[in-house]
Design a protein around this ligand. Structure first.
Ligand code: PEP
Ligand code: MN
Length: 350
């Protein structure tokens, strides 16, 4: 990997399973510009009875990796007890997993345990797509003087399966970056993709979207991994993947054309907001009229006609039916909300 492509690279097995598996994986990673060697010691498993991590013994193997190969070492912590064990074994960094970020009690417990230890932390996104929860976890740690050195986008749970194991939400990640430009953003293609084949295209996307780093799970023999077998790759595959990443050209020409187009886009967006405001005002006027004449708010036939004709126009304009319907239904719902608020005599129907 060209050293300037990503500021940080974290890799190692999903779980520490045996001493030889950990050491063999680390040996394979030798020569790669690793910021941290990772391994899960306590594993949050969806089903009980599955391998739940090797426990404290694995921390000694991590220490051995540091001594032998010079890598800094890190693991996931989910309780105060884990933090104490990580501190006792002088880990260089810990991360908070998606199932913990989601729970403020857990984050609080971890934050209190970390206070004063000086161990830096990375915070994975919560399993549900809630930017505030992610930001809140970071802030909770900072209030306990914990140095948050990164946020990790590992995708979000959705009920309906997509090609990803955990759906990426690029916009939430961009919003996080905007809210906290001081915190490096790392992508975890392993947990987003869930399959080895998706890791390379996701890593390329991380580069295209200017992520600051990657966390990628590697195993000396993924086929026999006790956890996340499908998504782990060998150190050799990781090395090839990093080698094949293509930095996109950022010629001046491209930048100037992009900025011109973006300016135009902003103007259109401003116009949209003005149009929306005009529409809401009209809705309100109609609402007052209906209220003064005791007329029902929803006139089903009129709504059906409006929906049909507007979607038709949108289709003719090359806009997808799905988007047009969704958009018009949202507008309609908002109009009804405004008019209902008028009826219940709320002083301000905004
Ligand atoms: C992991 O990194 O192995 C892990 C369990 O992560 P997540 O919290 O993203 O599921
Ligand atoms: Mn994993």
């Amino acid at each position: 990997m060209r050293p300037d492509l990503f500021a940080s690279l974290i890799s190692g097995p999903c779980s520490a399973e045996t001493r030889s598996q950990v050491l063999q994986t680390a040996e394979g990673l030798q020569g790669l510009p690793l910021s941290y060697f990772r391994a899960g010691i306590w594993k949050p498993r969806t089903q009980p009875g599955a391998f739940e991590g090797i426990g404290d013994e694995g921390l000694k193997w991590l220490q051995e990796v540091r001594t032998r190969f010079g890598f800094k070492i890190c693991t996931e912590v989910a309780t105060a007890e884990h933090v104490r064990a990580a501190v006792a074994h002088q880990l260089d960094m810990v991360w908070i997993g998606a199932r913990s970020t989601v729970n403020p009690f857990t984050v609080q417990e971890i934050a209190e345990a970390l206070q004063g230890t000086g161990i830096p932390v990375m915070v994975k996104n919560p399993i549900n797509p809630d930017l505030k929860l992610w930001l809140g976890a970071i802030e909770r740690l900072e209030r306990h003087d914990v140095k948050v050195i990164g946020a990790i986008h590992r995708g979000f749970s959705v009920y309906q399966k997509t090609k990803y194991r955990n759906n990426p939400h690029w916009q939430i990640a961009i919003d996080l970056k905007q809210a906290r430009p001081d915190i490096p953003l790392v992508m975890d293609p392993s947990h987003i993709g869930g399959r080895a084949a998706l890791i390379a295209p996701l890593a390329q996307q991380a580069l295209d979207l200017h992520y600051d780093g990657l966390m990628i799970e590697t195993h000396c023999d993924p086929s026999i991994a006790l956890t996340d077998a499908k998504q782990q790759i060998t150190p050799t595959t990781l090395s090839e993947l990093l080698h094949n990443l293509e930095p996109r050209s950022k010629s001046d020409q491209l930048l100037s054309e992009l900025s011109e187009l973006r300016d135009k886009l902003s103007l259109v967006d401003d116009g949209l907001v003005e149009l929306l405001q005009e529409r809401m005002e009209l809705s309100k006027e109609i609402g007052y009229l209906k209220r003064n004449h005791n007329s029902p708010i929803l006139q089903v036939q009129r709504w059906e006609e409006t929906l049909k004709s507007t979607v038709e126009k949108a289709l003719n304009a090359g806009i997808s039916q799905e988007f047009a319907e969704l958009f018009i239904k949202m507008l309609h719902e908002e109009s009804i909300r405004i008019q209902l608020a008028l009826l219940s005599d709320q002083p301000d129907a905004n």
